[in-house]
Design a protein around this ligand. Sequence first.
Ligand code: UDP
Ligand code: MG
Length: 310
Amino acid sequence: MKKLLSIVVPAYNEEETIPLFYKAIQDIESQLPQVELELLFIDDGSKDNTLSILRDLSKNDSRVHYLSFSRNFGKEAGIYAGLENAKGDYVVIMDADLQDPPALLPEMLGYLESGEYECVGTRRVDRKGEPPIRSWFARRFYHLMSKISFADIVDGARDYQMMTRKVVDAVVSMGEYNRFSKGIFGWVGFKRKWIEFENVERVAGETKWSFWKLFLYALDGIVAFSTAPLTIASIFGLLMCVVAFVFIIIIIVRTIIFGDPTSGWPSMVCIILLVSGIQLSCIGILGQYMAKMYLETKKRPIYIIQEKEL
Ligand code: UDP
Ligand code: MG
């Protein structure tokens, strides 16, 4: 019997791109003779006609299934729902906007079929067509993450990856509420092959990520997969103590030798401001972790389904 390949597609307001995506998959199908296909779309609370397009598609093609969320839960929730509900022996996550070239599918499948790898990831080698400032921040973020996180996070890695059932089960078993896929996939391990490709621009529609949204996502990633900020805060605090101690001794000695002329108020104000600033930001860092803990302990569902066809 042929194995089943599930294609998981998170989609938020993708009415323009889904038909194009569906067509692109049909075009590549003949190059994947060794597997049956299943398409699982996750409508992430779209406000346009995404859902009705999905209904039509699944009516006409029994291999097309969909889940529809009760509101926008974010791409991470979409990926999780997709992995949880995909039936395939192999599962691949793809964006609806064709920025993840379907032409790579046969090669990816080949690596998994060979039995040597459990997961095939893709990474962009460039960021052509992206605002330069955004690219710069993205690169800094990956550079920082690779240093401080306890998962293996690769620059330019996309969510576009194909994996075996083992990896799917491992990822689904990580039921954390604050999901950061790039970290989760790095954390679960397994032997992984990287395929590189050049950036492709969206076929239609617009990106759902504003700079601000990306920035917050980056912060989430750091908090979810690194405790380095906490360590840095502690070390900084200790260093400040040492510095203060040295200053105290200097001042005592100076007072004994030269007396105590009243001076140095402006510098005192600066020091108070500096120290209280550092304290506040360290409390802020602590707060970030507490906030995540708070949300995590509520054990809320990662997504809520309002309609499904599986
Ligand atoms: N997406 C989603 N929920 C969201 C935002 C995005 O499911 O809240 C989907 C979107 O429909 C697309 C994929 O995630 O299939 C990638 O989004 P986008 O192309 O906007 O991001 P970019 O490629 O610009 O990083
Ligand atoms: Mg995109």
